[in-house]
Design a protein around this ligand. Structure first.
Ligand code: HEC
Length: 111
């Protein structure tokens, strides 16, 4: 992957982690709508355009793209669950997001 793309991807990653942190804080505070909003806008399917996913996908192996897509879908699914207002199912849906983080990290490196 070209160096500039690596930098861009790692910056996205740091934003993903910061987003997770905020989502957890919102869940713990019982602010489920805010948690949903952060998840959808920063990790969900709605975030694909803003973080340049279509450009990034071109330099990723197919399996990596698939895990990435499943992570974005899981985040959007979490947002729906959180909006339903039940905190335990929301945590469960959030664990599906982190499962995609874990799956990709255990399989892929930038170099
Ligand atoms: C589609 C694959 C993929 C997914 C999904 C993914 N990551 Fe990553 N992430 C990577 C790769 C590849 C690296 C670089 C690892 C390396 O080369 O050592 C990375 C690196 C990182 C880093 C280090 C950034 C830095 O500055 O070095 C953080 C933090 C991170 N990811 C957080 C997350 C979080 C949180 C999630 C889930 C919300 C996530 N990632 C989902 C592929 C992914």
């Amino acid at each position: 992957m070209p160096t500039m793309m690596q930098e861009h991807m790692l910056a996205n990653m740091r934003d993903h982690l910061a987003s997770l942190n905020m989502i957890l804080a919102k869940l713990a505070a019982g602010e489920l709508d805010e948690a949903a909003e952060i998840a959808e806008s920063r990790l969900g399917v709605s975030s694909l355009e803003s973080h340049g996913a279509s450009h990034m996908a071109q330099v990723m192996p197919k399996e990596m793209q698939q895990v990435g897509t499943s992570m974005h879908r899981a985040a959007s699914n979490f947002a729906l669950k959180a909006q339903e207002g039940e905190v335990l199912p929301a945590y469960g849906a959030l664990a599906e997001v982190t499962a995609a983080c874990v799956a990709c990290h255990s399989a892929f490196r930038v170099r």
